[in-house]
Design a protein around this ligand. Sequence first.
Ligand SMILES: [Zn+2]
Length: 262
Amino acid sequence: MYFFPRAEEMKAFNRGNFLNKVCESYLGNIVDIYTYLESTIFLLKLQDGKMTLDIQPFIEYIKEHNGKNHRAALGGSTPLFFKTVLSLKDKMKPVELGDGATVHTGGGGWDGRKGNINIGATIERWRFVEEVSNFLGIPQENFTDTYSFTENSFTMTGHYSREHRDYLFHVPEFAHVIVRDIKTLKPVKEGQRGFIQVLNAYGTSAFAGASILVDDIGEVVSYTQCPECGYRGMVIKLIGRVKGTEAKGCGATLGGDGVGGN
Ligand SMILES: [Zn+2]
């Protein structure tokens, strides 16, 4: 169950040409390689060039699996998911999907664009997890998120931590992240914050081996090991974006016209 459109619709949406090459959604291409496409319900539909959210299949799905502890995976655009849960909370009783269910978000939708989606500028991660966890009856430990961006050739997966009230993102073994002090640009110590710099894995044919300093602020939780699950490697938290930068994540882009009415 995804708050995304089907891959072919996502790729067709705002498709353009650059130097005679087709430019299409990064996220659409990611969704296209999901191995479970056939059994997935996509809640966003492309109609007359606009993305429209249909929450009826979502309501039927959560009623059908209520109290049964089935294996279920829910995810997609964070602002749309959150907005749907907030609107249903006033209309129906919470359900209990149980610990067989997981919630995976991604697509950069945490700073949901103002105006398009009327839930304010930023979604606090802990608030999303607590509200959705309470309404759907899914344990907070079953919430995961992905951090990546178009210029970057790898993704970082984070699991929610009740203690940190935030997601802890694991930096993969083959990649490298440097968190740099905002004033001095020197690498920070554990527990400190700064700009996130990502060094891509070398030797890939699809992306240049680039080093990119982004305007996202991160905090180094540990350089060596995840304090919760024991993962060996660097672990970071995402604090937010530098003030004044525009929300341009894939999730925010999807929340375009035609979504607000549902
Ligand atoms: Zn961990």
